[in-house]
Design a protein around this ligand. Structure first.
Ligand code: PLP
Length: 365
């Protein structure tokens, strides 16, 4: 492909010198798991997110799983239901299953692709314990409304913030009981391998995650609870520390590219992402809708432009997650066959964005 969906080598070139120094420091230090780099990154990430604490773990999936357990949202051996979105990475629902809960799906709002607060109300049952809003494509879900529904029903909220590093609503980067971040390499803040973190203002919750991630050890070699092996390693933490000071600049570049797409594609048959307040969207993905999505995709591929679909299968329709009581989710089902993710990353050139937009215009006109 002439324009791949993502090219991480460009970002690597920007930080190469800093990254080499950081990795050399870790190798020379001889500590590779849960050491000073992880501790420092946890403090820096918590400060960036505006919360009291962070715990580094080995993936976004584990971050969500452990946040659900540590917050008490899902109790072991129970039938605790957790409401989430049908339009997300399967890892969101897998994390709920891994924690021991049952994922229940509510419809999304058509303008935002994130959970519709009024749809949440319709699927609450006496077994509902928690809500997992997903800040999909980098856009914050309607957290004030979701937190209001949760408070009214006594539910815990754990944000799936795997795609929304740096986004904020009403001045807050996270506003729930806890948030789960992924540092998978393709994310807005990505490691050079797997990584994740739980953030929270509740320091007891963060301490619980730290016990759970390390085999459930309450003290050296003393297993107190059934934990996991979900540790963040020093190399990943050191790299994340190098990248964090660049994050806001990289998010701004993403916003700039989104603006180019917005301007060039407005007024066509394409359905463009609706623009919230700029700080509420960090454009992890730029997703459009087209009634002939697959034809448009082939047209772009023929021009050497790679696109992806996030996500081709709705979770409430997958046998692993489907509950007998599952009702239709018309908004998600309507968009699923039309959504298409265009290339957009911190190091895409403006000229490439313009070329992609022109190729789309050639198809639609
Ligand atoms: C919305 C969402 N939730 C959860 C995850 C899981 O994160 P990870 O791949 O780090 O386990 C991802 C990333 O794949 C994601 O995009």
């Amino acid at each position: 492909m002439r324009i791949p969906f993502l090219d991480l080598t460009r970002q690597q070139r920007e930080i190469e010198a800093e990254a080499t120094v950081a990795l050399t420091r870790v190798m020379a230090g001889g500590v590779f798991i849960l050491g000073r780099e992880v501790e420092a990154f946890e403090a820096e990430w918590a400060r960036f997110c505006g919360v009291r604490g962070a715990a580094g773990v080995n993936s976004g999936t584990d971050a969500l799983t452990l946040a659900l357990i540590a917050s008490g949202a899902v109790r072991q051996g129970g039938q605790d239901e957790v409401i989430t979105s049908p339009l997300t990475a399967a890892y969101t629902a897998l994390a709920i299953l891994n924690a021991g809960g049952i994922p229940v799906f509510a419809d999304i709002a058509p303008q935002t692709y994130t959970l519709d607060p009024s749809a949440i109300e319709r699927v609450i049952t006496p077994r509902t314990r928690a809500i997992v809003p997903v800040h999909l494509y980098g856009r914050m879900a309607d957290m004030p409304a979701i937190c209001e529904v949760a408070a009214r029903h006594g539910l815990i909220v754990v944000e799936d913030a795997a795609q929304s590093h740096g986004a904020q609503v009403q001045g807050r980067r996270t506003s729930a009981h806890a948030a789960a971040f992924s540092f998978y390499p393709t994310k807005n803040l990505g490691a050079y391998g797997d990584g994740g973190a739980v953030t929270s203002d509740d320091e007891t919750l963060i301490e619980r995650v730290k016990v759970l991630r390390q085999g459930g050890n309450v003290a050296a070699f003393q297993t107190g609870v059934e934990g996991r092996n979900s540790r963040l390693d020093e190399m990943q933490a050191a790299l994340l520390r190098i990248k964090l000071p660049h994050l806001e600049k990289w998010n701004d570049r993403r916003r700039g590219l989104a603006k180019i797409y917005d301007e060039l594609l407005r007024g066509t048959i394409l359905h463009l992402p609706s623009a919230p307040a700029p700080e509420a969207h960090v454009y992890h993905l730029y997703v459009v809708q087209h009634p002939q999505r697959d034809l448009l995709r082939s047209h772009l591929a023929a021009r050497g432009i790679e696109t992806l679909i996030h996500y081709p299968f709705l979770l409430h329709q997958q046998p692993l997650f489907r509950q007998p009581s599952q009702c239709a989710l018309p908004v998600a089902e309507d968009v699923a066959g039309k959504i298409l993710s265009l290339p957009l990353h911190s190091h895409l050139n403006e000229s490439e964005a313009r070329e992609i937009a022109q190729a789309i215009l050639d198809f639609t006109s």
